[in-house]
Ligand binder design. Sequence first.
Ligand SMILES: [Zn+2]
Ligand SMILES: [Zn+2]
Length: 328
Amino acid sequence: MRAMILERAKSPLQAVDIPIPQPQTGQVLLKIQTCGVCRTDLHIVDGELSKPKLPLILGHQIVGTVVETGEQANKFALGSRVGVPWLGYTCNCCRYCNLGKENLCDRALFTGYNLNGGYAEYTVADERFCFNIPEGLTDLQVAPLLCAGLIGYRSYRMIEDAQRIGFYGFGAAAHILIQVANFQQRQVYAFTRAGDLPGQEFARNLGAVWAGSSEELPPEALDAAIIFAPVGKLVPAALKAVDKGGIVVCAGIHMSEIPSFPYEILWGERMIRSVANLTRQDGEEFLALAPQIPIQTEVTAFPLTDANQALTALRNGQIQGSAVLVIE
Ligand SMILES: [Zn+2]
Ligand SMILES: [Zn+2]
């Protein structure tokens, strides 16, 4: 099969032909249709996340068809359309797993990081961590829901009943979550890089009540903010934008260093928290909600062999919505 391989950090992916993997006990073999490109993939390529499996096939927003099943794999019929997310395995016995916090599992393995992912024609996956994909969404449209959507949704749930919500970074996750916020009649304030007028326009077109630079304060104090961009200086910026009791959620897996800030911007029972990974329950809930809204994703498609170009476009802020690889 054709695959795009990361041989070492800070080097471009290489197009290679390798054997199709064999499904082991409890695994399904998927023929991949699409795979979303995530900022986490960039962090892995850039060496900002320690200890990926190498060589590695990136990609953790996989939409594929079950073409073979391993022993004791009986969750999906042959021909089923399934999604493979970031969470690829948990131990089911550590204290986090026992508390229903499998996203924090001590022995978790992640797709496209510890396990080969979806920048390829085929992949194997543990069927217990694969999702049924709802009808009515194309392979292209549904791919970004599998990370931007459902880890975004976990972040969104952390802001509780906030009505005025700031999104710092208006990319793949924000353009999905604003549709949930609109559906629930909450107001989104979109913050982009200074001067990113197309990004601000994109946010307004999707229903943001205000869009501006992350260096500005919003016209009203916010109830909560979610930081999607991997930029530590946005933490004090968001703290200044939220009202007393406000919640600031850091949604990314990596962030540049957070600069020191005066205690008074945290005072007033403001909170900062991070969100890590997903649970299977997050995925089931979000994939049930998405068709009810219904969520429409804005997608830029790239052929598999243009994965490096897709990553570069994401790095340079040239993608509106999500980048998705299409496997012919
Ligand atoms: Zn991701
Ligand atoms: Zn565990």
